[in-house]
Design a binder for this molecule. Structure first.
Ligand code: ZN
Ligand code: ZN
Length: 218
């Protein structure tokens, strides 16, 4: 028997009960957003800003909206170190895969690194958990992300959006990059895309990569 982590009812078939799975499926992200920055748009697939500026993220895809119950599950996973949710969240993520996943000739996957502080609190890197599953499923090699160090200067939650962007700037130190052309970054949650954009910029400084991003929730 499994106990559904969301409603705590016992069921025999799967970790998440059918009822909660139905609710999660309703959170599949409506794909009317800019393919580069994730901003919701009414028509077309590139927002006004990305049409007139140089693009950092070559593609962006989010599987779900960051709303309950999936956000509840993600928070339990990260902040209560429920590593046993990695499998179900990876599975849910791949249930809404990017339409370009098989056609983009992706050479390698990079999991969003954690700061040492977060890693010590959590004891696992949630993005790496997702990336391992995706790497295996789509047979794309995973780049060793100990070559990328992340250091946050201040905790993010009390900062305004502008302050967050400043704080995130230059927060990645890349010591070695893969000798490839197309990279897929895997992250669990992207709120403003500032962090993932900063990582993409740090990688692009080293080489002329195409950088694609796939997150579980946005
Ligand atoms: Zn349930
Ligand atoms: Zn855009």
């Amino acid at each position: 028997m499994y106990q559904c982590p969301l409603c705590h009812q016992l069921n025999s078939s799967s970790m998440i009960c059918q009822e909660c799975y139905g609710i999660i499926k309703s959170l599949v992200k409506n794909q009317n957003y800019c393919i580069h920055c994730g901003k919701e748009i009414v028509a077309g697939n590139i927002c006004g800003f990305c049409q007139s500026h140089s693009v950092v993220l070559d593609k962006f895809w989010a599987s779900y909206y960051y709303k309950p119950p999936i956000s509840t599950l993600i928070q339990e996973w990260k902040f209560h170190s429920r590593i046993q949710y990695s499998q179900i969240l990876s599975y849910l993520m791949t249930q809404n895969e990017p339409p370009w996943i098989k056609e983009q000739a992706i050479d390698c996957i990079i999991a969003m690194p954690l700061t040492i502080d977060s890693y010590q609190k959590r004891l696992f890197n949630q993005s790496l958990e997702l990336a391992l599953y995706i790497s295996k499923k789509y047979r794309i090699p995973l780049w060793n992300n100990s070559y990328i160090n992340k250091h946050n200067l201040k905790p993010q939650h009390n900062l305004s959006q502008k302050e967050r962007i400043e704080n995130i700037k230059k927060s990645f130190k890349v010591t070695k990059t893969p000798d490839v052309s197309t990279i897929l970054i895997i992250d669990d949650v992207a709120t403003t895309l500032a962090t993932v954009t900063e990582l993409a910029k740090s990688l692009k400084q080293k080489d002329s990569y195409r950088v694609l991003v796939w997150v579980l929730a946005h």
